[in-house]
Ligand binder design. Sequence first.
Ligand code: GDP
Length: 362
Amino acid sequence: MKKKESHHSALSVSNGIEQPSSVNEAAVARLKHQKRKPLSSKQFLEGILSGNRIVLSQAITLIESSLPQHQEKAQKIIEKCLPYSGNSTRIGITGVPGVGKSSFIETFGLHLTSLGHKLAVLAIDPSSERSKGSILGDKTRMEELSTQPNAFIRPSPSAGSLGGVARKTRETIILCETAGFDTIIIETVGVGQSETAVHSMVDFFLLLMLAGAGDELQGIKRGIMEMADAIAITKADYGNIQKANRAKAEYTNALHLFPPSPSGWIPKVLTCSAHKNEGIKEIRETINEYENFIRKNGFFSTQRSEQAKYWLFDTLNRNLQDHFYLNPEVKKHLLKYQENVLDNKISPFVAARKLLNKYFKE
Ligand code: GDP
């Protein structure tokens, strides 16, 4: 290149020395590459198997995403994880807000991790969708447990129907088991149907109850009590011990009136205090006793098979339903048929048949 003539002016700039770039080009290229290329499902499996929490969390985020490409990837990861799953004790914990669920899980979880267990805590919170505010997630929960290297706490997936949220949690269990967690706690608020969903994915169902809180059943439906493998009366401490013992006797009597559970196990009623760390060990021992009992009598595998069947049909039903309602012909005519039904112009059965005919293009 022809050298520029230098004008000896105050404005002329002398050529500087070329500086080396302060950016590590190789690192930039690597980062760009990483950004563009998401982990393959095989890499996800390897990461999860090695107990890498970041990879585990990313995979759970894919499960929770509603984007079709994320769902597709999530399903591939789950498929890869399935052979490594199933080796945990799955415990469902429910109770009304304020009963002491998070305090209990904190103390119980610390007890488990002190024994060398690896614990994952998942949640199904039906409130998070409806009220946009979560009963389980809006406060600082399980502060100490969350700092334990052997504990993994994941809040409830918030998007979708209860069925959808439950399915995501069920799939998350598979990933957590693959990551080596030997105990999985599924927490839910005892206010509605979510207990049934939790019951369909756990081995042991623990119901937390308050002593002497007025209404004997505290709005807990009889059906939920029937599902319980144990009831723990919480806050059995300070001036509350007598009341807790009385409640224990009452619930023990009440449970006798229920039909025998299909597992053959007689549900136990215990008292505990999360604040004073009392009765916690006994609850763990009860869960162990129960697990030994149902493994011996075969109910453990029967229940897991029943649950697998439940999720098979749940998934089939959901997919078929989605497929139906997303069908353009159905979408086009559904509203009109609905109006006609409401105007008594056509019966709901005929309307349904006609829509199905459109779907099946008969
Ligand atoms: P959750 O809404 O069911 O998760 O209940 P929390 O764990 O947040 O507890 C609700 C309230 O009960 C809080 O004020 C806790 O401090 C209190 N609490 C929880 N466990 C105990 C306990 O073992 N003893 C006493 N005295 N209070 C407790």
